[in-house]
Design a protein around this ligand. Structure first.
Ligand code: RB5
Length: 142
Protein backbone atom coordinates (compact mmCIF):
# COMPACT_ATOMS: atom_id res chain seq x y z
CA UNK A 1 0.00 0.00 0.00
CA UNK A 2 1.32 3.43 -0.97
CA UNK A 3 0.47 6.49 1.11
CA UNK A 4 -0.17 9.64 -0.93
CA UNK A 5 -0.19 13.20 0.31
CA UNK A 6 0.08 16.69 -1.10
CA UNK A 7 -0.69 20.33 -0.45
CA UNK A 8 -2.64 22.59 -2.81
CA UNK A 9 0.50 23.07 -4.95
CA UNK A 10 0.76 19.31 -5.48
CA UNK A 11 -2.93 18.47 -5.84
CA UNK A 12 -3.08 18.39 -9.66
CA UNK A 13 0.08 16.29 -10.00
CA UNK A 14 -1.22 13.89 -7.35
CA UNK A 15 -4.27 13.27 -9.58
CA UNK A 16 -1.92 12.31 -12.44
CA UNK A 17 0.04 10.00 -10.13
CA UNK A 18 -3.19 8.36 -8.93
CA UNK A 19 -4.29 7.77 -12.53
CA UNK A 20 -0.93 6.11 -13.22
CA UNK A 21 -1.17 3.96 -10.07
CA UNK A 22 -4.74 2.93 -11.06
CA UNK A 23 -3.54 2.00 -14.56
CA UNK A 24 -0.81 -0.14 -13.04
CA UNK A 25 -3.14 -1.76 -10.49
CA UNK A 26 -1.13 -0.41 -7.55
CA UNK A 27 -2.98 0.16 -4.30
CA UNK A 28 -2.78 3.50 -2.52
CA UNK A 29 -4.38 5.45 0.26
CA UNK A 30 -4.91 9.16 -0.28
CA UNK A 31 -4.30 11.21 2.87
CA UNK A 32 -5.23 14.51 1.18
CA UNK A 33 -5.41 17.33 0.54
CA UNK A 34 -8.47 16.98 -1.63
CA UNK A 35 -8.62 20.25 -3.60
CA UNK A 36 -6.50 23.20 -4.72
CA UNK A 37 -7.66 25.26 -1.74
CA UNK A 38 -4.62 26.49 0.22
CA UNK A 39 -3.54 24.20 3.07
CA UNK A 40 -0.42 23.70 5.23
CA UNK A 41 1.93 21.04 3.83
CA UNK A 42 3.30 19.78 7.22
CA UNK A 43 -0.14 18.35 8.00
CA UNK A 44 0.16 15.96 5.03
CA UNK A 45 3.81 15.17 5.73
CA UNK A 46 2.74 14.05 9.19
CA UNK A 47 -0.18 11.91 7.96
CA UNK A 48 1.86 10.14 5.28
CA UNK A 49 5.02 10.01 7.42
CA UNK A 50 3.22 8.25 10.27
CA UNK A 51 1.42 5.88 7.89
CA UNK A 52 4.84 4.76 6.60
CA UNK A 53 6.76 4.88 9.91
CA UNK A 54 4.00 2.92 11.68
CA UNK A 55 3.95 0.25 8.95
CA UNK A 56 0.43 0.96 7.71
CA UNK A 57 1.88 1.67 4.24
CA UNK A 58 5.17 0.40 2.77
CA UNK A 59 6.02 3.58 0.92
CA UNK A 60 4.76 7.12 0.55
CA UNK A 61 4.64 9.84 -2.06
CA UNK A 62 4.45 13.51 -1.04
CA UNK A 63 3.99 16.43 -3.42
CA UNK A 64 4.00 20.16 -2.82
CA UNK A 65 4.97 23.09 -5.04
CA UNK A 66 8.70 22.50 -4.75
CA UNK A 67 8.76 19.22 -2.81
CA UNK A 68 11.05 20.94 -0.32
CA UNK A 69 8.77 21.88 2.56
CA UNK A 70 6.83 18.63 2.47
CA UNK A 71 10.06 16.55 2.54
CA UNK A 72 11.69 18.61 5.31
CA UNK A 73 8.61 18.12 7.49
CA UNK A 74 8.36 14.38 6.72
CA UNK A 75 12.00 13.84 7.68
CA UNK A 76 11.25 15.05 11.23
CA UNK A 77 9.34 11.80 11.84
CA UNK A 78 11.44 8.97 13.24
CA UNK A 79 11.80 6.15 10.73
CA UNK A 80 11.00 8.33 7.73
CA UNK A 81 13.58 8.69 4.98
CA UNK A 82 11.99 11.09 2.52
CA UNK A 83 13.94 11.84 -0.65
CA UNK A 84 13.19 14.83 -2.85
CA UNK A 85 13.78 13.69 -6.42
CA UNK A 86 13.57 15.52 -9.73
CA UNK A 87 15.21 12.83 -11.85
CA UNK A 88 15.20 9.04 -12.24
CA UNK A 89 18.88 8.65 -11.35
CA UNK A 90 18.26 10.12 -7.89
CA UNK A 91 15.07 8.07 -7.43
CA UNK A 92 16.99 4.87 -8.18
CA UNK A 93 20.02 5.84 -6.07
CA UNK A 94 17.96 6.80 -3.04
CA UNK A 95 16.25 3.39 -3.05
CA UNK A 96 19.53 1.50 -3.57
CA UNK A 97 21.60 3.48 -1.06
CA UNK A 98 19.23 5.16 1.42
CA UNK A 99 16.30 2.73 1.38
CA UNK A 100 14.16 5.88 1.12
CA UNK A 101 10.59 5.12 2.11
CA UNK A 102 8.99 8.34 0.92
CA UNK A 103 9.40 10.02 -2.46
CA UNK A 104 8.89 13.78 -2.47
CA UNK A 105 8.40 15.76 -5.67
CA UNK A 106 7.74 19.35 -6.66
CA UNK A 107 4.73 19.90 -8.89
CA UNK A 108 6.04 23.31 -9.95
CA UNK A 109 9.35 21.71 -10.86
CA UNK A 110 8.32 18.60 -12.80
CA UNK A 111 5.98 17.77 -15.65
CA UNK A 112 3.61 14.84 -15.13
CA UNK A 113 5.45 12.65 -17.68
CA UNK A 114 8.74 12.82 -15.80
CA UNK A 115 7.02 12.60 -12.41
CA UNK A 116 5.42 9.23 -13.22
CA UNK A 117 8.78 7.89 -14.49
CA UNK A 118 10.32 8.95 -11.18
CA UNK A 119 7.49 7.22 -9.29
CA UNK A 120 7.95 4.07 -11.40
CA UNK A 121 11.70 4.04 -10.72
CA UNK A 122 11.25 4.68 -7.00
CA UNK A 123 8.62 1.96 -6.54
CA UNK A 124 10.45 -0.64 -8.61
CA UNK A 125 13.98 -0.26 -7.27
CA UNK A 126 14.77 -2.44 -4.24
CA UNK A 127 17.18 -1.46 -1.47
CA UNK A 128 20.63 -2.87 -2.27
CA UNK A 129 20.94 -4.37 1.22
CA UNK A 130 24.68 -3.64 1.18
CA UNK A 131 26.25 -3.59 4.64
CA UNK A 132 27.80 -0.16 4.16
CA UNK A 133 24.42 1.31 3.28
CA UNK A 134 22.74 -0.45 6.21
CA UNK A 135 25.40 0.97 8.52
CA UNK A 136 24.94 4.50 7.17
CA UNK A 137 21.16 4.29 7.49
CA UNK A 138 21.49 3.08 11.08
CA UNK A 139 23.73 6.11 11.76
CA UNK A 140 20.96 8.40 10.44
CA UNK A 141 18.51 6.89 12.90
CA UNK A 142 20.90 7.76 15.74
C1 RB5 B 1 2.85 26.59 -1.27
O1 RB5 B 1 2.65 27.82 -1.88
C2 RB5 B 1 4.31 26.20 -1.32
O2 RB5 B 1 5.03 26.97 -0.43
C3 RB5 B 1 4.45 24.73 -1.02
O3 RB5 B 1 3.73 23.99 -1.93
C4 RB5 B 1 5.86 24.19 -1.07
O4 RB5 B 1 6.51 24.52 -2.24
C5 RB5 B 1 6.68 24.43 0.12
O5 RB5 B 1 7.83 23.99 0.23
Amino acid sequence: MIALGCDHGGYELKQEIMAWLDKNHLEYKDYGCFSTEAVDYPVYSRLVGHAVADGECEKGILICGTGIGISIAANKIKGVRAALCSDCFSAEATRLHNDANILAMGARVLGAGLAVKIVDTFLNTPFSGDERHKRRISLIEG
